[in-house]
Design a protein around this ligand. Structure first.
Ligand code: HEC
Length: 141
């Protein structure tokens, strides 16, 4: 009897989450500006133009050399984990000023990075939130 109840509950859970997944196909995260989502992602890897630019900034600045191609961490920490804790302002400060004594370089003099810092943050936050499910993203068609 117990087993049957469990099986039913399980079937309900599966059904429920499958429907939810479809509803959330085009998931949008919380906003910086009230009317614009931080990032928009479809199917886990198709993103809005700003977030795509954030990914290109990540590649151009070669952050992956130290933080890993999937942000999983190497010499530097996992940014998937870090961005769950760091505020947006902390993020900007670390990237701008670096932590030179600890091996994190400063990008304050690199306009490729600083001009795109919000977009870079959006991309990395999407990765950290688990909404962007793979590191290499492409445009929403
Ligand atoms: C030369 C290696 C290197 C490169 C390149 C590099 N980082 Fe780092 N980064 C580190 C190290 C090492 C740390 C850890 C510093 C510490 O211990 O406080 C770090 C720390 C950070 C932190 C703070 C993490 C935390 O939890 O406090 C952020 C955010 C970060 N890096 C983002 C970036 C971004 C974005 C780029 C590219 C624009 C980048 N890093 C490029 C080595 C690097």
């Amino acid at each position: 009897m117990k087993h049957r109840q469990f099986a039913l509950a399980f079937a309900f859970l599966c059904f429920g989450s499958a429907t939810q997944a479809q509803d959330a196909k085009a998931a949008a995260a919380q906003t910086v500006e009230p009317d614009k989502p931080l990032y928009t992602v479809v199917d886990g890897y198709k993103v809005d133009p700003d977030t795509l630019q954030g990914f290109r900034t990540w590649r151009a600045a070669a952050c992956d050399r130290c933080h890993g191609a999937n942000q999983e961490g190497m010499v530097g920490p996992s940014l998937i984990e870090s961005l769950k804790v760091l505020s947006r302002d902390d993020f900007v400060t670390v990237v701008r000023d670096g932590r030179l004594a600890k091996g994190m370089q400063s990008f304050g003099a690199d306009p490729r990075v600083m001009d795109n810092i919000d977009k870079l943050y959006a991309y990395l936050k999407g990765r950290s939130d688990g909404a962007i499910t793979r590191a290499r993203v492409s445009a929403i068609e």
